[in-house]
Design a protein around this ligand. Structure first.
Ligand code: SF4
Length: 200
């Protein structure tokens, strides 16, 4: 299911993070302020994977800290997902692409070893892929995210995975009318809450 695996292996999540901090395996290292590895609980059953760090994330060293991140926090909190306890947040690439562009295929390939380590050591039961870059990297589907989102797919280690809209897309589409991206996200996050409850 997952393509372009790098084959690199780490002995622990901490070792993967330590390696990433000094990584120069792709050109994104040149302009970064910080490597943005993750935030949240590495023992959470829920993981959310986005595309790459934005400007605030690059400054803070934490993913999803800008306007899109604040919106994501509100969405998660609306269904009582505790940001410190219930979720682990990360991105497909750990260094900020310039001008907030999407990561390129070779950058995704170079960085793959870290997301593979995060999946291996966090062992989430539910995985959310925020936006089409994360969806394509993990699920290898070519369909538009609007057709794929909201559906659970089986994944490795008995996990299930769902694509959802990226919060930055939701910021650009403000309508909350029935059928709008924000309304669809609300349906998806309620399904995530239900799936989390059914894990216990
Ligand atoms: S984006 Fe990933 S592969 Fe590229 S330099 Fe940063 S940590 Fe290394």
């Amino acid at each position: 299911m997952s393509d372009i695996k790098s084959g690199a292996r780490f002995e622990s999540l901490a070792q993967a993070e330590l390696t990433a901090i000094t990584c120069t395996e792709c050109s994104l290292c040149k302009n970064r302020t910080n490597v943005v590895f993750a935030r949240g609980n590495p023992e959470a059953k829920l993981m959310l994977i986005g595309d790459g760090p934005g400007s605030s994330d690059d400054s803070s060293g934490k993913p999803f800290t800008g306007r899109a991140g604040l919106l994501l926090d509100r969405i998660l909190e609306s269904v009582n997902i505790d940001l410190e306890k219930d979720i682990y947040l990360c991105n497909i690439v750990k260094c900020r692409p310039p001008e907030n562009r999407l990561p390129a295929r070779d950058e995704i390939k170079s960085c793959r070893q870290y997301i593979d380590a995060q999946l291996e050591f966090v062992k989430p039961k539910l995985i959310l892929l925020a936006g089409s870059t994360a969806m394509q990297a993990i699920l290898q589907v070519k369909e538009p995210i609007s057709r794929v989102r909201g559906k659970w797919f089986n994944f490795e280690n008995d996990a299930r995975v769902m694509a959802v809209f990226h919060p930055s897309y939701l910021l650009r589409n403000d309508s909350k009318e029935v059928g709008s991206p924000k309304w669809l996200m609300w349906q998806d996050i309620k399904a995530v809450r239900l799936a989390l409850d059914n894990l216990h």
